[in-house]
Design a protein around this ligand. Structure first.
Ligand code: GLU
Length: 467
């Protein structure tokens, strides 16, 4: 049974890049009838942010990627929150001490000041910053003395010398690291919390994760993990490292730069299915040029080999287009319900039917739900009155509206009017559109007038000639 996981550290808002990754973990698991697991790696207390878990659950629920197992989803391998594992017997500590007993890990008593100084010196001498193994050389007696003095220590894994650590990455191919370039990584902190490296290996083992798929920033950590799996004598999962999304200017999208979070996308009125489709297309571009597809299509056609080896570009214009496609697929009833949270104009004086008719006209133009307020505005609020310079034209327009029989006749009447004044029909339509809506780009104006009604339309025309 294939098992993948999303193992975020709850450090604040949920970046769209994390959901891009998640779409891959989920796609791979589902394609193989496997399970997709959520695990919270919250052992770095300094980075933890209140409410971050809830933001994560909300984002996953919104995009409808529901983990098969996880903190609020249950499952046989819980707790799915690392801090809870620490509080419930702390298996990480047990495994760190196991390595200590076997001599493949050691206590390090170095103060942070000493480590900082060492690092600075190494950088000054153009050396790779790396622990200098001072504490590896301590004798048994020296260690005992420090323990008796209650000196604080961390546990470091001892990286073997002069070895190549290799693995087959399912996306990148064969990867090889030379062990002498790898730091003796701290695995257990002085407060007995695991570092990321120990936590991730122990939990991936405990949770039977078969495929560790994750972002490229974790690639340098993978040889350490491979070693830890070997040290423990555990089966090594398969690894696959993806690439990060990039902005249109090709820079990496990152949380720190304040690029899109899921909350931003939700607040702007993107639809969950559109975001899923958009990210899925980036995750698994297909050679058939099929761009609009549903989850089932994505899962059925998912192929890890198609996951891009360079960071896909997050093209906002394309996303807007795609969201528009999904908005046009909605029934008016669905659209009506979806725009509600985005509306600030007062609609209470108009009927539901009136709103539906207005929506029918703007649906075609709507790209994100948050624009609905602006696009619907003139149906509910009269535009600012400007006295027209073409009273003659407007007077005739009033008559035409008053005599409205059907759209075609009205259109012909307006064209005749343009001829009468030696104007372009488009310019007359522009005058009409401006007065009726106060906007320069709107749905076709005749259907708008029909929805607004004769009375209201004539009223809007009249005020501009001072009547
Ligand atoms: N906790 C890591 C993160 O914040 C997980 C990396 C991994 O998938 O191993 O993304």
């Amino acid at each position: 049974m294939i098992r993948t996981r999303f193992a975020p550290s709850p450090t604040g808002f949920v970046h769209v890049g994390s959901i891009y990754q998640t779409v891959i973990y989920y796609g791979f698991a589902k394609k193989n009838n496997g399970k997709f697991i959520l695990r919270l790696e919250d052992t770095d207390k300094k980075r933890y942010k209140e409410g971050a878990e809830e933001a994560l659950y909300r984002a996953l629920e919104w995009i409808k990627i529901i983990p098969d197992e996880g903190p609020i989803y249950g499952g046989d391998y819980g707790p799915y929150v690392q801090s809870e594992v620490v509080k419930n017997g702390n298996r990480y500590k047990k495994y760190a001490y196991e390595l200590l007993d076997k001599g493949i890990a050691y206590r390090c008593f170095c103060s942070s000041e000493r480590l900082e100084k060492m690092r600075e010196d190494q950088l000054k001498n153009k050396q790779q910053p790396k622990y200098d193994r001072t504490c590896l050389r301590l004798t048994e007696e020296e260690i005992q003395k420090k323990l008796d003095n209650n000196e604080k220590f961390v546990i470091r894994m001892k990286i073997p010398d002069n070895e190549y650590i290799e693995f087959e990455d399912l996306i990148l191919g064969k990867i090889s690291f030379y062990s002498n370039q790898i730091d003796d990584q701290v695995i257990l902190k002085s407060d007995e919390y695991p570092t990321y490296h120990l936590g991730v290996v122990v939990d991936d083992h405990y949770m039977n994760i078969t495929h560790v798929i994750r972002g490229p920033e974790w690639l340098p950590s993978t040889p350490k993990h491979v070693l830890l799996f070997k040290f423990f004598g555990w089966e090594i999962p398969k690894f696959a490292h993806t690439q990060l999304l990039r902005n249109e200017n090709r820079s990496k999208m990152s949380k720190r730069k304040g690029d899109f979070s899921m909350e931003d996308l939700i607040a702007l009125g993107y639809l969950p299915d559109a975001i899923f489709n958009f990210l899925a297309l980036l995750a698994n571009p297909n050679d058939k040029n099929i761009e609009i597809f549903d989850r089932e299509y994505y899962i059925n056609n998912f192929d890890l080999k198609k996951v891009p080896k360079t960071g896909p570009i997050f093209d906002t214009k394309k996303l807007l287009w795609m969201n528009g496609v999904y908005i046009r697929k909605l029934s008016i009833e669905e659209l009506k319900n979806m725009i509600k949270p985005f509306i600030s104009i007062d609609m209470s004086k108009k009927s539901d039917e009136y709103l539906e008719k207005s929506l029918q006209l703007i649906q075609e133009r709507l790209k994100i739900l948050s624009e609905a307020d602006e696009l619907l505005k003139f149906f509910f609020v009269r535009p600012e009155v400007k006295i027209t310079e073409r009273k003659d034209v407007v007077k005739d327009l009033i008559n035409i509206v008053n005599e409205y029989a059907n759209d075609d006749i009205m259109e012909q009447d307006i064209r005749k009017l343009a001829e009468k004044y030696g104007m372009k029909a488009g310019d007359v339509f522009m005058i009409l559109r401006d007065i009726i809506t106060g906007q320069s780009a709107t749905p076709p104006i005749i259907p708008v007038i029909k929805v607004l009604g004769k009375e209201e339309s004539i009223e809007r025309l009249k005020v501009t000639i001072g009547e």
